[in-house]
Design a protein around this ligand. Sequence first.
Ligand code: FPP
Length: 239
Amino acid sequence: MDRIPAHIAIIMDGNGRWAKRRHLPRVAGHKQGMQTVKKVAIAASDLGVKVLSLYAFSTENWKRPAAEVNYLMQLPIRFFSTFVPDLVKHNVRVMVMGDTSRLPKATQKAVNDAIKDTANCDGMVLNFALNYGGRDEITRAVKQIATKVAAGQLKPDEITEQTISDHLMSAPLGKLADPDLLIRTSGEERISNFMLWQIGYSELVFVNEHWPDFNGDSLKRAIREFQGRHRRFGGLVNQ
Ligand code: FPP
């Protein structure tokens, strides 16, 4: 287990199907999925991963039935109320990407408290995408850059790829902003608007397990697959 990807991003899919298979309501899948988040976060931290980005709620997930949306909004409260001491013990720092201002006040408080309570941890960053969408993120970045240009603080010619990266929600991650490995569970092979700019050169690994069945061993298998790939970043193998 050397050459551990520094930044792993996960699209946690399949909670609903996991529940349906067991004749349970969809939210039972989300509840079990939350337990998986705990296990996988600790497993990733123990392996030496530097950033774990998890797609917990997308800008499109508001279209789901209100009862399911409400349940998903309660999950961060439940998660952080029981798990922050463990995160601190493992030196894990919580970070969030997304427009949290639309989340219920109690959810915002749980998230902000977790960020504050783990602020001094300097191990793995556990980066939750909450009310996050890749296109929304890029749109906001373009607006901020355009505003600077209009104010004369920036010339169009000075805009580089780094300028864009610096205005994305992942900017606080600095050099670690781009995932090395993106995993999606449950057999679907699409990106669903997750970290569109940042995954330009990520290795993509799709696994069949539904998210509630994913665990530390599944993570290691995905990492092994990553390690078997030859990343060339547009160059040649033996350059
Ligand atoms: C996708 O499965 C999953 C989600 C939209 C929610 C993901 C949330 C969690 C795993 C829990 C998050 C935990 C915290 C701490 C915030 P799906 O419902 O789309 O499944 P389906 O494709 O089988 O219907």
